[in-house]
Design a protein around this ligand. Structure first.
Ligand SMILES: [Zn+2]
Length: 413
């Protein structure tokens, strides 16, 4: 420990944690002898303070600020309980299992205030502790506003993910004019199990998560799962951009818009989603745009359809009304508009109007199977139908097989 006034902050990795000490400060007879913090990612930050004075020390408070995107800086203040005395050692642990965790790489600024019975008061210098996941040896690759951190796989693995991330940003920019306004940090864990080890009470299905307020994404990508990983990177990165573009203290985005833009950033809609969409069109069981404004159903089939419809709704708006209008829509949401009001203002129709126009658009685009059977001579219909049923059955089995994994990540948004 450093007990000399004016010493520089010392940073030492200790086991899995991090030990930071602060400059010692004194005022009158009151002296802070030592201040330190130990990080145990992902579960706790433990703050320690030693102080002495000629009079009894009576009041000690810890102040901290978490570095994240917010509309007002929130300073938390912790009143430390201790026995007053002329020499005190106090500790306070931020137990993330009780409050929810922070993403890897978060910064927490903190300082102490100490008072004694004679009225002397000391405030320690503001210090930043990095809440890093020290269990792995991270490498990093930066391009533009995107940094990828990874520890398993070679440089080519990171380059491939970076190329995917940049493509997703370009695609999103073409569709919407949106771009990353703040840096994005992507933590690529070696698999879903490692990722879950970095989270507080993770769900079994968690495959990736976007901490939009922190500009951080964490995804578990196993070597044999790169294609899925690339889609997950694109999807979660789009959520970050959209969040940066539209966040305001008043209102959020309709879920179909947020998810539709994230799906579009991935590239063309995947087969299993197309299957659910075409089936719902054929059976006239599409979900209303108004329902899709709320969080999606937890049932897998309905969830697939919700994502597929969201993709299709965004495609409809971009194809028919262009990038400018989509950018206007996002800017309108940024000002804190309600869903119907924003659509009315930019497009001249509300969610019900969008629902009607989009249904016309999508039913006009979806008749491939019907067209095949109607133009066939009569004797071929049975054969064709059998072929169609077989194809649909295979698609369905594929969809169900991929379901758990896809679903896992989709829910992890
Ligand atoms: Zn999503």
């Amino acid at each position: 420990m450093i007990r000399k006034a004016g010493a520089l902050a010392l940073v030492v990795s200790l086991f899995l944690g991090l030990w930071v000490t602060c400059p010692v400060q004194a005022w009158g007879g009151l002296r802070v002898l030592d201040s330190s913090v130990q990080a145990e990612f992902p579960s706790s930050l433990s703050f320690n303070l030693s102080a002495e004075s000629d009079a009894d020390i009576t009041d000690i408070r810890l102040h901290y600020i978490v570095d994240r995107v917010s509309f007002a800086t929130i300073t938390s203040e912790v009143y430390i309980e201790f026995m007053p005395g002329t020499e005190v050692d106090v500790a306070w642990a931020w137990d993330m299992r009780k409050t929810g965790g922070l993403p890897p790489g978060s910064g927490v600024d903190y300082w102490w205030t100490v008072e004694d019975a004679s009225g002397d008061r000391v405030e320690t210098a503001r210090t930043t502790v990095q809440f890093d996941d020290k269990r792995y040896s991270w490498r990093s690759l930066t391009e533009g506003e995107v940094t990828i951190y990874w520890y398993k796989g070679g440089l080519s693995f990171a380059h491939e993910l970076m190329a995917t991330a940049q493509e997703a940003l370009s695609r999103l920019n073409e569709d919407t004019g949106a771009y990353l306004e703040e840096p994005a940090e992507l933590y690529i864990y070696a698999d879903a199990q490692d990722l879950r080890g970095a989270m507080i009470y993770p769900q079994e299905w968690t495959g990736g998560v976007a901490f939009t307020q922190y500009g951080t994404i964490a995804i578990g990508i196993a070597p044999g799962n790169l294609e899925w990983g690339k889609r997950a990177v694109s999807h979660e990165l789009a959520h970050l951009v959209i969040h940066q573009m539209t966040s305001n203290p008043y209102s959020g985005l309709p879920t179909w818009l947020d998810e539709g833009l994230a799906m579009s950033a991935e590239g063309p809609l995947e087969l299993e989603f197309t299957y659910f969409l075409n089936e719902a069109i054929a059976e006239d069981s599409l979900i209303s745009v108004r329902s899709l404004a709320s969080p999606f159903s937890a049932y897998a089939g309905q969830s697939y359809l919700s994502y597929a419809q969201s993709y299709s709704l965004v495609e409809f708006l971009v194809d028919n009304y262009g990038q400018d209008k989509m950018l206007q829509l996002l800017n309108t949401f940024r000002q804190g508009s309600d869903y119907d009001g924003a659509l009315e203002k930019v497009y001249g129709f509300d969610m019900d109007g969008l629902d009607a126009l989009w249904r016309d658009y999508v039913t006009g685009h979806s008749g491939q199977l019907t067209v095949v059977t109607t133009v066939m001579p009569l004797r071929n219909i049975t054969k064709t139908l059998v072929a169609v049923v077989v194809v649909l059955a295979v698609v369905f089995l594929l969809a169900v097989g991929l379901l758990i994994e896809r679903w896992a990540w989709r829910r992890g948004r």
